[in-house]
Design a protein around this ligand. Structure first.
Ligand SMILES: C[S@@+](CC[C@H](N)C(=O)[O-])C[C@H]1O[C@@H](n2cnc3c(N)ncnc32)[C@H](O)[C@@H]1O
Length: 180
């Protein structure tokens, strides 16, 4: 697991997430639970022929994210929809990168079903990124292990990374690559 200290900045969580994914100009990206759309802006800013679809089930968040990303939406680089991941109409085998930042996707519903759906939406060679911000190193370690177990059970090979920021908080990422 990589570990280092980072300076606290506005949007540090999303910034680290987007850096970790190393977005390519032609990526087809899906964000689940985009909130106010900070990561959408960062991802879309790196796309040329690629596109990001971002969903959030909260209409208020979708309004804020849309307002923040009007330029990217008008340019065709971003689409922001009000939808829950469980029922969202999304193309299969399409996305090169699927990610979520601080979304309690796996702990409230049927995790196996959700992860299987994520897998079905990934293009060949695509990757799943599950990011979180944890209050302590112990929480981070436990969450990384639990997330890796869930992804492995659905046929993903996993790697993890984390960074420590101020006040002992830890940003975490589990990267899942589907195995045949
Ligand atoms: C804690 S916020 C994080 C927002 C943003 N990713 C961030 O890092 O600031 C979680 C967001 O995920 C959304 N969300 C939770 N479960 C979801 C689901 N199953 N489908 C779509 N959105 C979901 C919530 O509405 C909320 O806006």
């Amino acid at each position: 697991m990589a570990s280092e200290s980072v300076r606290v900045t506005v949007g540090h969580r999303q910034r680290w997430a987007v850096e970790t994914m190393a977005v390519a100009p032609d990526d087809q990206v899906l964000e689940i639970g985009c909130g106010r759309g900070a990561a959408v802006s960062l991802v879309a800013g790196q796309l040329t022929t690629g596109r990001i679809v971002a969903i959030d089930r909260a209409a208020t968040m979708v309004r804020l994210a849309t307002r923040r990303n009007l330029g990217h939406i008008d340019a065709g680089r971003a689409e922001i929809r009000c939808a829950g991941f469980e029922s969202a109409d999304l193309p299969t085998e399409h996305f090169t990168k699927i990610f979520a930042v601080n979304v309690s996707l796996f702990w409230l519903g049927d995790a196996a079903q959700l992860i299987a759906r994520m897998r079905s939406l990934l293009a060949p060679g695509g990757r799943l990124y599950v990011f979180g911000e944890r209050p302590s190193a112990a929480h981070a370690t436990a969450n990384l292990a639990a997330t890796e177990l869930l992804l492995a059970a659905q046929g993903f090979a996993t790697t993890t990374s984390s960074v420590t920021r101020g006040q002992g908080r830890v940003l975490t990422c589990v990267i899942g690559t589907p195995v045949e």
